[in-house]
Write a protein that binds this ligand. Structure first.
Ligand SMILES: [Fe+2]
Length: 534
């Protein structure tokens, strides 16, 4: 295998001549010469590492010398058969001490994306890597292995993020997050937005100016986001765990139901395209996550020694229809319903996770020996009473866990009955910071606190009206903090004694150079559910 020296890569990159690496004649894995790209940097979309295990991880890249190519027949500007990509893994950022070299195949059917499953490495340490192909080299990325199962770990720093509408703002929050160098970042959904916002206040445009429906349009949306330098650097430097929310497919969808009442077969074809594009752009396990038509598994569990176990959930693919789903004058997606207007919301057979995922989650929580059990998922879990204009009864969102209260009750009862230790729920979707007590009976102030919930605000997406939601706070005494006016993320430092949580704000995402401020800090003490001001 031909290797470029580090010095030559830096020299060429500095001269803006990465295209010079892109030799037109390459050898595909079938052995014959094949012309896969003739210009541009095949690693234009960067690199990413994810799904850390105690002996390895997934390394990702996608060959895309023309990342915004609009021709569906040449995704990313690539043509021809499979391409073999080499990777090298080192124990140091300068890639001097290389401990592993390997190859992976960039498959045309998956937009020439690469998902290299690496194992056999030492536990509990960072590694650095890069890809090379046809004389071109990627930037260097950082990966990590998790500590061995049950091994003593005294600290883990992780961030969680959601809702990065490119049209609503710049990704300064991603830049500050990367500067903090956490061990790990959890993406909790709305990584892309599928629609085009016609309001004049948008700060930049989705490139094609169309709603994503086809595979090539979803691919190009991911490519546009990955060309953002702050997001690309985040992925190069911080390993990740991934799940999705609704905008990776369509706003407020539920399983096979479109909120815009697309015929089911058409919507499932759209979902298949969306899930496939998600897979093609994320460092997730091919064995677990390679999509099968409209089906793809993203939920999984990750252990970090004896300190933290993280369950990553899928809150969209298996959920019941939104309560009172139906054509107008009923509703397709998010709406507020009282118990009188929509008794269906309380139906005990309704599920947020689907019975299979729910059983998997409950089993994992029961078996866990971790000090902290983090549940990373897409939407607000705590009860949140709101008021509809002109209505005196409390009303509840149909799109978050408030639309699936029986599912939430089962989870919280399971945590109590199995004495699951230190459950902390991380969520997104609502473009607001929330700090909540999770209780079996939210309507009874004496009901004990069972778990703690932190909802990250959005990276860039505009928040809901502050005054309207703040007016509901007196009816929700288990909500300790709420703010929808700040964009940002949440940073968590876990130790055996406590979890320290900072709500990190960049204020307005319309400012590409927005400075970082800590809006609030909390701690959760070992053995004492509920957030305390730090
Ligand atoms: Fe969102």
């Amino acid at each position: 295998m031909k290797r470029l020296s580090r010095r030559s890569v830096l020299h060429m990159a500095g001269a803006g001549a990465l295209g010079a690496f892109a030799a037109p004649a390459l050898v595909g894995c079938t052995g014959g010469p094949a012309r896969h790209w003739s210009k541009g940097d095949p690693f234009s979309l960067g690199v990413a590492a994810g799904d850390p295990a105690s002996d390895g991880f997934i390394l990702w890249t996608r060959l895309a010398p023309e990342p915004q190519s609009l021709d569906p027949a040449t995704p990313g500007g690539m043509t021809g058969g499979p391409v073999t990509v080499e990777y090298e893994i080192a124990t140091d950022p300068a890639l001097r001490d290389i401990v592993r070299r390997g190859t992976a195949v960039a498959e045309p059917d998956y937009a020439y994306s690469v998902h290299a499953e690496v194992n056999g490495l030492a536990p509990g340490r960072p590694y650095w890597y890069r890809f090379t192909s046809g004389g071109a080299a990627s930037r260097t990325g950082r990966a990590m292995t998790a500590p061995a199962a049950g091994a003593a770990l005294d600290r883990l720093r992780f961030a969680f993020v959601s809702c990065a509408n490119y049209e609503h703002g710049y990704f300064a929050a991603y830049r500050h997050l990367t500067d903090e160098q956490p061990d790990l970042v959890l993406f909790l959904g709305d990584y892309i937005y599928e629609y085009v916002d016609m309001r004049p206040a948008v700060v930049r445009r989705h490139s094609e100016g169309i709603d994503c429906v086809t595979l090539s349009s979803y691919r190009n949306r991911y490519a546009q986001y990955r060309l953002d330098p702050d997001l690309q650097r985040l992925h190069a430097e911080i390993p990740c765990l991934m799940t999705w929310d609704d905008h990776e497919v369509q706003n407020d969808y539920a399983a096979d139901l479109s909120p815009s009442f697309m015929p089911r077969e058409l919507f499932l074809a759209r979902r298949a395209a969306a899930y496939r594009a998600f897979y093609e752009h994320m460092p997730v396990r091919p064995g677990r996550s390679r999509p099968n038509g409209p089906d793809m598994r993203v939920y999984d569990r990750f252990a970090f020694g004896d300190l933290v176990e993280i369950s990553i959930l899928d809150g969209r693919e298996y959920r019941s229809a939104e309560a009172c789903y139906g054509p107008p004058p009923r509703h397709g997606g998010f709406h507020l319903e009282t118990n009188q207007s929509c008794p269906e919301r309380l139906d005990p057979s309704r599920t947020m996770l689907g019975m299979e995922q729910e059983a998997w989650l409950f089993d994992g929580l029961s078996r866990s020996h971790a000090r902290w059990n983090v549940i990373g998922q897409d939407v607000l879990m705590a009860q949140f009473r709101q008021k509809r204009p002109g209505d005196t009864l409390p009303a509840f969102s149909t799109d978050d866990w408030n639309g699936y209260p029986a599912s939430r009750d089962r989870l919280l009862r399971h945590i109590t009955a199995n004495r699951v230790r230190n459950v902390v729920v991380a969520g997104g979707d609502i473009h607001s910071f929330f700090v909540n007590d999770l209780k079996e009976n939210f309507d009874d102030e004496r009901s004990p606190v069972i778990a703690t919930e932190f909802v990250g605000t959005s990276i860039a997406s505009w928040g809901p009206p502050y005054d309207r939601l703040a007016a509901a706070l007196p009816d929700n005494p288990h909500v300790h903090f709420f703010d929808s006016r700040q964009r940002g993320y949440v940073m968590v430092d876990a130790t055996p004694a406590r979890m320290s949580v900072r709500l990190q704000s960049v204020g307005d995402a319309a400012n590409p150079n927005a400075p970082l401020a800590t809006l609030r800090s909390y701690v959760v003490e070992d053995g004492r559910p509920g957030a305390l001001p730090a």
